[in-house]
Every structure is written in C-alpha cells, then in structure tokens.
Design a protein around this ligand. Structure first.
Ligand SMILES: Nc1nc2c(ncn2[C@@H]2O[C@H](COP(=O)(O)OP(=O)(O)OP(=O)(O)O)[C@@H](O)[C@H]2O)c(=O)[nH]1
Ligand SMILES: [Mg+2]
Length: 331
C-alpha cells in the first residue's frame, strides 16, 4: 500500500521508513508526498553535529538524545556517514552505539551513505529532515563529517550547528578556519579526558576572538566534553538552548528561514538539473557519443557543458550530431 501524507503527519514510524525507502528508489508518489508535507515543516528544532571522522559525534549524539528523551522530547537523527575506507564500519558502529534507542519509537534514526549519492546527498538529507519534521519530531539531529563543501552547505538548514573537535588539533585549526568556522555556533572539544584539551580549547577561543562581533551577535562558546561518559553534555544542551533563543529572536528568525529556503532550493535544483541533463542526453543517445568525443579529445567537457546548460541543448546537440554523422534527416 502506498504511504499516505496523513500517516506521516500522524508520526507513523513505519510509514516514514517506507517513504524514505521510496524516496531512495525515486518513486514519483513519494516525491508527491514530499511536496505535500513541506508546509507542515518548520516545527522541529534542527541541530547539526559536524566534525572529522572519529571525533565522537555519534557518541555525543547518543548522549544528547538520552538527555532530550528525559525532557520528553522526540528525536529524529540523520547520520550522514562518510563510508570512507577509513571508517567503513561507521554505519554499523552507529547502529550499535545507538541501539539503546533502537526500540524507542520516539527516536527515529536514518543513516545515509555518502557513496552512491552523486550530487544528491544534500537533497536526501533535506528530504529526510523534512519528513522527520513533518512527523512531529521535536528535535532533528544531522550528524555529518562536514569535510566536503556539500556537507558544509547542508548544515545551513540547521538552527544550531555544533562543531566537534578533539585535543591536539594543531594544523587542523587552520583547516577549521577555512570552512567550518563560518558555520559553527558552538564548539565542543570532545575527548577532553585526553591530554591537550585545555590547549585546544584556548586555541579555539583565540580563533573565535579574532572575529569581529557586533552588538547582539552570537559569539560561539567553546565547551569541553567527554561524550563517552556524558561529561559536559548538560552544559552543551544549555548552550544549544541559549542559541535557540537567539535564532528565534524576531530579528534573526527571518534570516535563518531565508537561508534554509535558499539551501533547500539550491540543493534540490542541483540534483534535479543534473538528473534532467543526464536524462535528456541519455534519451537522445547523446551521452555515450559525447563521452567518447571528450575521451578522444575531439571536444572538451567545458564546451559540452556549455551546450548542455543552454536551454535548447538537446536540440542543438542533436542537430550537431546529425550533421557530423551526415544523417541530417528532416522530421
Ligand atoms: N577518550 C574518549 N573517547 C571517546 C569519547 N567520545 C567518543 N570516544 C570514542 O571515539 C571513537 C569514535 O566515536 P564515534 O562516536 O563513533 O565518532 P564519530 O565522530 O561519530 O565517527 P564517524 O561517524 O566515523 O565519523 C569511539 O571509539 C568512541 O568510543 C571521549 O569523550 N573520550
Ligand atoms: Mg558517527
């Protein structure tokens, strides 16, 4: 039986799981449900947890979920796993670590593998966050490694972004500066049971203080934590709550909503345009000849893409192909 919008809005876990599978399989009916549920989104608090592989994001999420559940909050978790050769067991690991919540109907966990999501990882994440939001989850947590530009963009749908680091960053601080600093609302130095935690904390604080803040701006706090035994997690939750009040201020809420709308539009557009282009080329049997042409240096990918993004690309390319192959039949 098809999934109904009503079931999703009622928070039906099985219906939601089914919808997410159907979305993966690109079933048109599932896509229609997404359209219908969008106007019911906007109630969930969206929390991004970003950090390099192995810094303890899942452990931290697990601890936060425990605290949130005690407050009676329902939670959705989207774990965007790197699935790199280095962390190949990550998804399984997440499952095991979060197992204590596995039987809790009010904690909905969905893992997304980076692999096999050509250009669509962000869109899939957005889809799932929106489904969980429409289901009525109070908090939706996005766990991501945030190394690629894709992931850095996606976290802009979150109200609050927590960037997790571990002691002994050294040069990594430079790397953080580049992309992640802009998105960090709160820094957590996890594994603070390890040596060098204070130093890392000071380095981050210095980095933060080098930014210019106006009156009323949010200044990201740097908090220590030992996720493994939940040390520092209540304080983290308090900081998240303070940031929530900041984001929900009238003068800030509009900016957040516009930013989220922008990311949603652009990410969905990216995926759809790519699909459409590939589809059209394929349908006109142009993909293989074009790839062949590029491979043999008869043309270059830049010129091909220029033609493809041209609205009438299919027509132009077809005509060109026909002329070249001397099969210029009239229609
Ligand atoms: N010493 C110490 N180890 C920790 C702490 N928090 C997590 N760990 C350990 O760090 C390892 C990685 O933790 P995860 O929670 O899987 O890290 P992650 O960032 O989710 O990893 P990926 O999802 O693979 O990127 C595990 O062995 C944890 O037990 C901590 O506060 N201190
Ligand atoms: Mg993890």
């Amino acid at each position: 039986m098809a999934v109904s919008l009503k079931d999703i809005l009622a928070g039906d876990v099985r219906a939601a799981a089914r919808l997410m599978r159907d979305l993966d399989d690109e079933i048109p009916a599932a896509h229609r449900i997404l359209k219908g549920l969008y106007k019911h989104t906007g109630r969930a608090y969206i929390l991004g947890i970003t950090g390099a592989p192995g810094v303890g994001k899942s452990t931290l999420v697990d601890g936060l979920v425990e605290l949130l559940r005690r407050q009676g909050k329902t939670v959705g978790i989207v774990a965007v796993d790197p699935t790199s050769p280095f962390t190949g067991g990550a998804i399984l690991g997440d499952r095991i670590r979060m197992q204590k919540h596995a039987l809790d109907e009010d904690v909905f966990i969905r893992s997304l593998a980076t692999r096999g999501h050509l250009g669509g990882l962000s869109k899939s994440t957005i889809d799932i966050v929106n489904v969980m939001d429409a289901m009525g989850k109070d908090v939706v947590i996005i766990e991501t490694v945030g190394v690629g530009q894709d992931e850095v963009e996606i976290v802009k749908v979150a109200h609050t972004n927590v960037v997790v680091v571990v002691p002994g960053l050294g040069d990594d601080i430079q790397a953080i500066k580049a992309g992640i600093l802009e998105i960090a609302d709160i820094f957590v130095v996890n594994k603070s049971d390890r040596e060098g935690a204070d130093k890392t904390r000071r380095e981050l604080e210095t980095m933060v203080s080098m930014n210019e803040y106006g009156e009323g701006d949010w200044v990201p706090p740097v908090l220590p934590a030992v996720a493994q035994n939940s040390t520092g997690l209540p304080e983290l939750l308090e900081a998240i709550d303070r940031h929530r009040l900041f984001v929900y201020k009238e003068e800030n809420l509009g900016r957040y909503r516009a930013g989220k709308a922008r990311v949603e539009l652009l990410e969905i557009l990216k995926k759809k345009l790519l699909e459409k282009a590939i589809d059209d080329l394929d349908r006109h049997n142009l993909l293989d000849p074009l790839l062949d042409g590029i491979a043999r240096k008869l043309t270059d990918p830049y010129s091909v893409v220029e033609k493809v993004v041209d609205h009438s690309f299919a027509f132009h390319l077809m005509e060109g192909e026909k002329a070249r192959s001397g099969k210029g039949r009239k229609k």
